[in-house]
Design a protein around this ligand. Structure first.
Ligand SMILES: C[S@@+](CC[C@H](N)C(=O)[O-])C[C@H]1O[C@@H](n2cnc3c(N)ncnc32)[C@H](O)[C@@H]1O
Length: 263
């Protein structure tokens, strides 16, 4: 690796660490270990939906957005069906890099699925605050992710409702943008994600609502998606018992209503 690439990599890792992308991903695995029994049903449903969606697709290049720990991806089956599989995430855990070594047709792409908002926000938010300006309001729409050329099948894998969370949490620390401006940004990020998924070649799996439970009684519901989802050729809905041990929200359990759409 040349010096410039090494420096860029270090800078990038520093930004991801500062913005909590690294700890967030580690947190997913820790929560999975704690909640394995509850999560397994969700993971099984994700995997079987993906295999059903794969049936009707050309078997050339497949792209997985938000591959993370591969918990919800039936990689073994898919690697036998598709010529090439590209796993896309902002961070690929070392364990995953080791796991995929045995597949000659599986590669990773380290990329920001928002098309660059992570770096842009990190670089501009402090200056925005200092200069009392709001560049994000006019620049966010310049960012969108481009899929690798000739993608036959793309899976948005339990990522859509999360794409904005770390970004918004980070922006909030600077008290620069109003709640309604931040909501507009969330809508933009989600709409841009949907727009990038090609019709007839996509499978979208995302949480759409959060249920908050007190002693297993529903006491609140948060919508997680602010845009219209595509009507699919087929779809499935299920509940994911995300946090039964009350470590995500103190004193409350959290479940998600998850939807999967083939379109
Ligand atoms: C909830 S996980 C999805 C579950 C994942 N398939 C797994 O098994 O771990 C979300 C993943 O999206 C990644 N991610 C979040 N924001 C991203 C972005 N802007 N670009 C690329 N990946 C992102 C995270 O690093 C994480 O691995």
């Amino acid at each position: 690796m040349n010096i410039k690439r090494l420096v860029d990599n270090l800078k990038n890792t520093y930004i991801l660490q500062k913005m909590q992308y690294l700890s967030d991903q580690e947190g997913i695995m820790r929560r999975y270990i704690r909640e394995k029994e509850n999560w397994d049903l969700h993971l099984k449903k994700s995997k079987s939906f993906i295999l059903k969606a794969a049936e009707t697709k050309q078997k050339g290049k497949m792209v997985v957005l938000g591959s993370g720990w591969l918990l919800d991806l039936p990689l073994d089956d898919l690697s036998k069906q598709f010529k090439e599989i590209i796993l896309v995430d902002i961070v690929h855990p070392k364990q995953v890099l080791r796991k995929i070594e045995k597949y000659s047709n599986v590669t990773v792409l380290k990329a920001d699925i928002t098309g660059g908002l992570i770096n842009y926000i990190y670089r501009t938010i402090k200056t925005d605050k200092k200069k009392k300006q709001k560049t994000l309001l006019t620049s966010a729409n310049l960012f969108s992710f481009s899929l690798p050329e000739n993608t036959d099948f793309v899976i948005s894998l339990n990522i859509m409702c999360q794409l904005h969370i770390i970004l918004i949490d980070y922006i909030k620390k600077f008290n620069t943008y109003s709640d309604s401006e931040l909501q507009n940004l969330v809508t933009y990020i989600q709409q841009s994600h949907i727009n990038m998924l090609p019709k007839g070649k996509s499978c979208l799996i995302t949480d759409i609502e959060e249920e908050i439970l007190e002693k297993d009684k529903l006491i609140g519901m948060n919508p997680l998606i602010r845009v219209d989802l595509p009507t699919g050729k087929f779809f499935a809905n299920w509940q994911w018992k995300f946090d039964s041990l009350m470590t995500y929200r103190d004193d409350f359990k959290t479940s998600f209503n998850t939807t999967a759409i083939d379109f």
